[in-house]
Design a protein around this ligand. Structure first.
Ligand SMILES: NC(=O)c1ccc[n+]([C@@H]2O[C@H](COP(=O)([O-])OP(=O)(O)OC[C@H]3O[C@@H](n4cnc5c(N)ncnc54)[C@H](OP(=O)(O)O)[C@@H]3O)[C@@H](O)[C@H]2O)c1
Length: 300
């Protein structure tokens, strides 16, 4: 039997490279990167600027897949705040272009959004909650969500929380800079007043895989529990064998950053669980990632 063909955008990024790694044998995957060339085992990769409508249409029409998982983004909220036009082009315009193509060709369209569509004052957030972003990144993701749904009601929007894991390409999670500092015996300063229902990239990819079976949906993939960044740091120390005393607590108000940060954007997961998604324990996932990291990767 022929495998389903899917295009995964953002293949050089953190999440998409994990998706390609996890599902390379189940699907015939074409991974789209932009500026960072990537080699992923058993995945065809091509470079494409998704903000270029003509080039994107030309490629996809010539190579129509069964589905597109759209994970390319300008994903750093501080950069989005400083480069608003770039954020609009990458986070909104590229999504609109892909939604239009998928609508036209009747292709499955799964799109990654974020918990930062909320202001963080009324957690936990279910799918019915009204969005109220406080950063350019969050605002552009809300725009992208509503435009995708308007253009192509069969789109599936997956709101993902903060994620951690082992990178299989250029993009990293917040775990890597923390580990780099701890390995050098340096202190790491983390917020005690910023809460997220974190999940691993593996868990997120399982959610995205489930989303491929759906039509026209919005799903929150909140992790099993909500933790502050400082608490996550403590678990990282415990699993990776570093002294907790290397962690220094701080509060959002004490750190000046371009993008405003919501205090608690914890997401619910009732709908995702009903679909069969089952988030695991943070300590269990971190232990698996430690094994993955120690095993190394030749896919960069
Ligand atoms: N990471 C998190 O904790 C988190 C949390 C919630 C939601 N999300 C969402 O999940 C998705 C994946 O995030 P991530 O952390 O994996 O992102 P990432 O590591 O920053 O990767 C971004 C990807 O987008 C690609 N890209 C950027 N501009 C492009 C363009 N014009 N044309 C084609 N590709 C372009 C990049 O390609 P090059 O590098 O080759 O230029 C890269 O592969 C994003 O939608 C993000 O908003 C992430």
């Amino acid at each position: 039997m022929n495998k389903n063909q899917i295009i995964v955008t953002g293949a050089s990024g953190f999440l998409a490279s994990n998706f390609c790694h996890l599902y390379k044998d189940e699907f015939e995957i074409t991974g789209i990167f932009y500026s960072h060339k990537v080699g992923l085992a058993n995945v065809k990769t091509i470079s494409l600027d998704l903000t270029n409508k003509h080039a994107t249409e030309e490629y996809i029409r010539a190579n129509p897949p069964d589905g597109i998982i759209h994970l390319a983004a300008l994903s750093n909220p501080n950069i989005c705040e400083l480069k608003t036009l770039d954020s609009f082009k990458t986070n909104v315009q590229a999504t609109v272009i892909l939604a239009e193509i998928c609508a036209d060709l009747d292709i499955l369209f799964v799109f990654a959004s974020t918990d930062l569509v909320f202001n963080g004052l009324n957690a936990p957030y279910a799918e019915e909650a009204s969005t109220l972003p406080i950063s350019t990144y969050g605002f552009h993701k809300v725009m992208a969500e509503s435009k995708a749904m308007e253009i192509y009601p069969k789109s599936v929007i997956c709101r993902l929380p903060l994620m951690y894991g082992h990178p299989y390409a250029h993009g990293e999670s917040f775990l890597q800079p923390i580990l780099r500092e701890l390995k050098q015996n340096k202190h790491v300063t983390l917020f005690t007043d910023e809460y997220r229902t974190v999940i691993s990239a593996r868990e997120a990819c399982i959610g995205l895989r489930l989303a491929l079976e759906l039509h026209g949906n919005l799903i929150h993939f909140g992790g099993k529990e909500s933790y502050s960044r400082f608490e996550i740091g403590q678990k990282i120390c415990d699993i990776f064998g570093f002294e907790r005393s290397l962690l220094l607590p701080t509060r959002q108000i004490k750190v000046n950053m371009p993008a405003r940060r919501p205090p608690d954007v914890s997401l619910t997961n009732r709908k995702a669980r009903q679909l069969g998604w089952n988030p695991s324990d943070l300590l269990v996932e971190l232990s698996m990632i430690k094994v993955e990291i120690e095993g190394g990767s030749d896919e960069l």
